[in-house]
Design a protein around this ligand. Structure first.
Ligand code: GAR
Length: 219
């Protein structure tokens, strides 16, 4: 593998804490650079953070387009400006059409706050608590045309506590997301995580990030 520095473009819609984790990682290692940040919302706090770090930002406001296709055409035009090795969806809250997904096939990465294939879609922490699962977590995966589906690059696992709330669970999952996403992106960019059909065999060799306890809660 050549020593060329790999680069990513990060798509966000809001807070941008996963973006911050990627930037922090990139600033402290030669693994990759964050070439640009694109948001579909002009008021996304993650944009101000990126600017404060000297990272170029762009906004493609979905509300200004008459169709999903027109929005995605403009979005792809901006994403392509950054000529990146991978496109990372870090809290990007728009459903993407197969046409956009296929354009970046094999180099479009998403982080989702559940142990996929459980709980695709929204409100994952609430739904995990309602379902009574004992473990919950987050997944980094390659994006396919099916929503929140695709070859798994990494997963991180937290334990569900008695009297957990969606907010508390979200906080614990997010802490692991911040550690998992940069590590998975780096491993992917350096050829350590390659999809073979529906699976990424190398994913099983990464140390599992967990927040688990083996003690049994008292009755
Ligand atoms: C993260 O928890 C991410 O996993 C989730 O949105 C949050 C964004 O937070 N993504 C999805 O739900 C995508 N389906 P952030 O803006 O602070 O990174």
């Amino acid at each position: 593998m050549s020593k060329r520095v790999r680069s990513i473009v990060v798509l966000i819609s809001g807070r941008g804490s996963n973006l911050a984790a990627l930037v922090d990682y990139a600033q402290n290692s030669p693994d990759f650079v964050v070439a640009g940040v694109v948001s579909n919302r002009a008021d996304a706090p993650g944009l101000a953070f990126a600017s404060s770090q000297g990272i170029p930002t762009e906004v493609v406001d979905h509300a200004l387009f008459g169709s999903r296709e027109a929005f995605e055409h403009a979005l792809a035009g901006v994403v392509d400006l950054f000529k990146s090795d991978a496109v990372v969806l870090a809290g990007f809250m728009r459903i993407l059409t197969p046409s956009f997904v296929n354009r970046y096939a094999g180099r479009l990465i998403n982080i989702h706050p559940s142990l996929l294939p459980a709980f695709p879609g929204l409100n994952t922490h609430e739904r995990a608590l309602e379902a009574g699962v004992r473990v919950h977590g987050a997944t980094v995966h390659l994006v396919t045309a099916q929503l929140d589906h695709g070859p798994i690059l990494d997963q991180a696992v937290v334990q569900v506590h008695e009297n957990d709330t969606p907010e508390a669970l979200a906080r614990r999952v997010l802490e692991l997301e911040h550690r998992m996403l940069p590590r998975a992106v780096s491993a992917f960019l350096h050829g350590k995580l390659k999809a073979k059909g529906e699976r990424v065999p190398g994913a099983l060799r990464l140390p599992l990030l967990t927040a688990l306890s083996t003690t049994v809660a008292p009755e």
